[in-house]
Design a protein around this ligand. Structure first.
Ligand code: NAD
Length: 245
């Protein structure tokens, strides 16, 4: 079987540099090249089967439009996309397959299933809070992973997250509103990514946590998604599909 030709968007960034070491070390993957800010993506898109994107929301949306024209599959790790940028990806996914995930680690993808199950089992007596910490340069808050964990908890309760979330608190908040899902965001140092989902009930508390200590977990997951997505029919896919969960 011929190797899957992979390109990197955001090659100069933290995740892009990880991919530069992970792709050549992966059997049946070939690193074709990379682009960063100010590079024209057309040549890369034309020469690749799949481009892996870890850039910034506006750059991701612009790349998706070009990828749809070129017919090149995408794996997207960029977080913090607006509704309009997500709509652009939806539009592009009519022509190309796209895997998008706020977190490519195996551990977090297993955690998503556990959180949904626990939220369903414990019911509304338990208050749900999502706590996350990342390095001082991270821009979007709460993190994409924290929001995915919130979506999983809300799904366990059979409701959409946007009817339940409390993204920040300040001043006299009054008592906690029943059934809401709260978020708390910490930023500092070089923390790669830590997430906890806390189920606080009467007389007991259950906490499910994941701590990333090496960015290669995200890079390996993204490369696995790239090998998987080649040749798929157009559409939006997630890591659940890639991992067969
Ligand atoms: P970073 O700032 O270190 O790297 C981003 C890179 O993208 C930079 O080199 C920047 O110059 C480049 N870039 C900006 N605009 C561009 C454009 N138009 N075309 C090409 N390149 C462009 O950031 P990072 O830590 O590598 O994270 C990037 C994104 O990935 C963030 O949204 C982050 O939250 C997300 N992330 C996701 C996962 C995951 O598993 N899904 C893991 C880590 C980070």
């Amino acid at each position: 079987m011929s190797a899957v030709k992979i390109g990197i968007a955001g090659v100069g960034g933290r995740m892009g540099r990880m991919l530069v070491s992970v792709i050549p070390a992966t059997e049946s993957a070939e690193l074709v090249g990379g682009i960063d800010r100010d590079d024209d993506p057309v040549a890369l898109l034309t020469n690749c089967d799949v481009v892996i994107d870890f850039t910034a929301p506006a750059a991701t949306a612009a790349l998706a439009v070009r990828a749809a024209t070129a017919g090149t599959a995408l794996v997207i790790g960029t977080t913090g996309l607006s509704e309009a940028e997500l709509a652009t990806l939806e539009e592009a996914s009519r022509q190309i397959p796209i895997v998008i995930a706020a977190n490519f680690s195996l551990g977090v993808n297993l955690l998503l299933g556990l959180v949904e199950q626990v939220a369903r089992t414990l019911g509304p007596d338990f208050d749900i809070e999502v706590l996350e910490m990342h390095h001082r340069l991270k821009r979007d808050a709460p993190s994409g992973t924290a929001l995915s964990l919130g979506h999983a908890a809300a799904a366990g309760r059979g409701q959409p997250l946007d009817s339940l979330w409390v993204k920040s608190r300040d001043g006299d908040t009054g008592p906690r509103t029943d059934g809401t899902i709260g978020f708390a965001t910490l930023r500092g140092g070089d923390v790669i990514g830590e997430h906890s989902v806390i189920f606080a009930g009467p007389g007991e508390r259950l906490e499910l946590s994941h701590k990333a200590s090496d960015r290669t977990i995200f890079a390996r997951g993204a490369v696995r998604a790239a090998l998987w997505v080649k040749g798929r029919v157009p559409g939006i896919y997630g890591m659940k599909d890639v991992l067969g969960l």
